[in-house]
Write a protein that binds this ligand. Sequence first.
Ligand SMILES: [Zn+2]
Ligand SMILES: [Zn+2]
Length: 342
Amino acid sequence: MKAVVIRRPNRARFGDEADPVVGNGEILVKVALAGVCMSDVEVMKGTRPQPYVKYPIIPGHEWCGTVERVGSGVKRIAVGDRVAVEGHNFCRTCAWCSRGETNLCASYSELGFTLPGAFAEYVAVRADLAHPFAKALPFEAAAMVEPFACVVHGGRRARIQREDTVVVVGPGTIGLLAVGWAAMARPARLVAVGRDRGNEGLARRMGATEYLTVVDDPAARIREMTGGPGADVVLEAAGSETAVTLALDLVRRGGAVILSGIAGGGRRAFLDSDVFALKHLRVDGVFAYTTDSFEQALRIIESGKLDVRALITHTLRLREFEKAFDLLSNRPEPVVKVMLKP
Ligand SMILES: [Zn+2]
Ligand SMILES: [Zn+2]
């Protein structure tokens, strides 16, 4: 089969690879579409933290496809099924898995990072990680389930109420999906805060009622909007240490902050250490998603409530992967989600 392989940082090629072998309890999936994520760029550049990548690797973890073959012992899934696939190949037996916290499994293993991913024609995966979806759901939408699962997993903890002012910091793919998630709860106000106005149109399309940039003094503007207190819920998906301090600044006393951005490189934030107690904050960090959240994300997308396809700005052939990586890391033109088609 054809695949993209990153041999080591900054050394990648598109070419022939051995077809994956389907073991017991596994299925072979023909990849329809795979999204490119900033974490794929990190794998390419060699900036992803050590335990979270194993070279050489076929990247690709935001994807879907059609079942081509099923291994022995597979019952729930049949040839011809269309599936979206969870990335975390959790062990099912460690302390975290036993608690249902499969995203935190003690032996981290994830498709596209430590196991062969979806920048390829075929992937062999554990059948229990594959989630079938209706034929009416376009592959473009199903390929967005994985990033949306991260949003659902964090968003559920936010417990958004109708009268809330909700702020999303960082309107990239995850942030825009978070706007869409929050909009489903119909809060009184839904504000997106970005570095520039580049994604304002998309943020509004996903349901933002207001859009601010960091130079608009968002803290002052949000205090103004709320008559003083600040936001009830802040969802952060920016991936910079300054976004963390901004999120803590925007939230009201007794409010909730959900942090899901990763700044990387061991960055440190300079914080007023009393902010958590004095503001009586509920702060949650969110890492990936569980099977539950993945399934819920798929069902929401399948229902058509969210126009996730609006976020796809580019669709390229798999062999053009270098262009895709360049689009994301250098942004020579407006880009949100880039899809690769084998
Ligand atoms: Zn991703
Ligand atoms: Zn485990």
